[in-house]
Design a protein around this ligand. Structure first.
Ligand code: CDP
Length: 228
């Protein structure tokens, strides 16, 4: 039967890579909602929208010409015909994305698009490994798809999260790289926490703590929840 797997978690929990691997293992589509917040931020900057202007940000996000590829083997993010998959991972975007994430009108607009992406895979037309979808972000288990068949909160200790993010961004998790990562990650989490709750599991959401698991073990742990 078609089904929906919702996975939320903070930065550095391994959410994106794990969700993608879970989608691949199950033959499902993969919806990276964080990528849509990043794409919206890229679009605002490209349009010269001042990120401090709440109304202008909301208006720009409503016109976001976004095409999100949901094949877990090749997830792509295209804005207005430009593939921005790499650009949206730049630190300039990570540093600015909270301006979109804390904008309630922008959240409502992106949320509508997330639900449409999920619904499209309930009745597959385009990507068709899909008899369902793995959707990941900060508010999927609670706001976007509280009715998902499986809901997981992927957590990890602050120490583990900072080390992973340092490795992603700097290619090393030595003390200097971790320090360079700390401020940005913790500030973004603090900003996000003002509008979405992703540090403790809502009722019915299963917590998977990846602090002491490697990548493969985390994927196995999430797959175990799905097949339980
Ligand atoms: O880089 P990281 O894995 O932490 O985050 P991401 O999944 O790429 O998401 C980037 C940003 O988008 C987050 O810091 C949130 O501000 C925002 N976001 C959100 O508010 N709600 C979601 N469902 C997904 C992402």
């Amino acid at each position: 039967a078609p089904f929906v797997v919702a996975i939320d978690g903070p930065s550095g929990s391994g959410k994106s890579s794990v969700s993608r691997a879970v989608a691949r293992a199950l033959g499902l589509a993969y919806v990276d909602t964080g990528a849509t917040y990043r794409a919206a931020t890229w679009w605002c900057l490209a349009q010269g929208v001042p990120l401090t202007d709440t109304d202008a940000v909301a208006a720009a996000v409503r016109t976001l010409p976004l095409d999100l590829g949901v094949d877990p083997d090749a997830p792509t993010v295209v804005v207005d015909g430009t593939d921005v998959s790499a650009d949206i991972r730049e630190t300039a975007i990570s540093a600015a994305v909270s301006a979109v994430a804390t904008n309630l009108e922008a959240r409502a607009e992106l949320g509508r698009r997330h639900r449409a992406l999920i619904d499209a895979e309930r009745e597959p037309r385009s990507f068709s490994g899909g008899r369902g979808v793995v959707a990941e972000g900060r508010d999927i288990t609670t706001v976007i798809a509280p009715d998902a068949d499986v809901r997981v909160l992927l957590t990890a200790s602050e120490e583990a999260r900072l080390a992973r993010r340092a490795l992603d961004v700097h290619g090393t998790a030595d003390a200097q790289a971790v320090e360079a990562t700390r401020d940005q990650v913790l500030r973004r989490d603090a900003d996000d926490s003002t509008v979405v709750q992703f540090h403790t599991a809502a009722d019915g959401v299963v917590t998977v703590d990846s602090s002491h698991l490697d990548f493969e073990q985390t994927v196995e742990a999430v797959l175990a929840v799905v097949t339980a």
